[in-house]
Design a protein around this ligand. Structure first.
Ligand SMILES: Nc1ncnc2c1ncn2[C@@H]1O[C@H](COP(=O)(O)OP(=O)(O)O)[C@@H](O)[C@H]1O
Ligand SMILES: [Mg+2]
Length: 243
């Protein structure tokens, strides 16, 4: 299986070299666990080290804010954008675009988020850049607009299918409210090819665990990680006992 290096120290070792090529992998975790930084690092590494263009789809951040935030890690996404290595899609704007009748598998009224508009925009942008890496941050922001669980599942299925069809390697973040045994498994966890969970313990320690990665053997032991001035760093030879 072809691997796509994330560039996140320690994580690629856990993954046996990198993410499976052209797959959709979920990055799940509570607020502040580093999902946005994690995914940005994957895009930045691809663009700078692998000559692979990337697209970032954000449901709750503006491009301006994102670019400023990532400068703290020395990642210049503005420059990458100017060199056609990067594009940012402000998906939050699509919320206000009314949509009629059928959207993917869902019939929705005018007030709903236009998932099909979003998918069109993602496909156009990926083609234009010949992007190999895509991030959707977050799928929760997209599917929580649907009140019924059954509708959410269909919306998640539509977006994951669409991302799979792009042929790019995709990271999708998912907001988790409560962790541990009580945490609710979201439909996107079943639907994606792999699941990585980020967690902050009561002690403040950060822990990453790969729950699933279809078609490949990975390290499923929870490992400590830190967020520092160079981004996310996983200690793949250390273990955490108190998860
Ligand atoms: N420059 C930095 N150096 C070290 N840690 C940082 C830096 N910037 C943010 N962080 C840490 O990263 C966390 C936010 O990461 P983020 O990717 O935005 O989380 P999420 O997307 O999961 O909500 C903050 O809670 C903070 O602890
Ligand atoms: Mg975030």
């Amino acid at each position: 299986m072809k691997r796509v290096e994330t560039g996140i120290t320690g994580l690629d070792e856990m993954l046996g070299g990198g993410l499976p090529d052209q797959r959709v992998v979920l990055v799940s975790g509570g607020p502040g666990t580093g999902k946005t930084i994690f995914c940005s690092q994957f895009l930045h590494y691809g663009a700078v080290q692998q000559n692979e263009s990337g697209v970032y789809i954000s449901l709750d951040e503006t491009k301006h804010h994102f670019i400023k935030e990532m400068q703290a890690f020395g990642w210049d996404f503005q420059e990458l954008e100017q060199n056609a290595r990067f594009n940012f899609i402000e998906a939050s704007r699509l919320r206000r675009i009314p949509e009629e009748a059928q959207v993917g598998r869902l019939s929705v009224g005018g007030r709903e988020l236009g998932i099909s508009n979003l998918i069109d925009m993602i496909n156009t942008t990926i083609k234009k850049l010949e992007a190999r890496r895509v991030v959707l941050d977050s799928i929760s922001g997209l599917v929580f607009r649907y009140p019924k669980v059954s509708e959410r599942r269909l919306a998640a299925l539509d977006i994951i299918d669409a991302l799979t069809a792009t042929g790019a390697t995709c990271l999708v973040t998912s907001e988790v409210q409560s962790m541990g045994d009580a945490r609710q498994v979201q439909p996107e966890e079943y639907l994606s090819h792999g699941v990585t969970v980020l967690q902050t313990l009561k002690t403040g320690e950060r822990v990453v665990q790969i729950l699933k990665m279809r078609g490949t053997k990975v390290d499923t032991v929870p490992r400590p990680y830190v967020i520092n001035e160079s981004g996310v760093e996983v200690y793949s030879t250390q273990s955490v006992y108190q998860v």
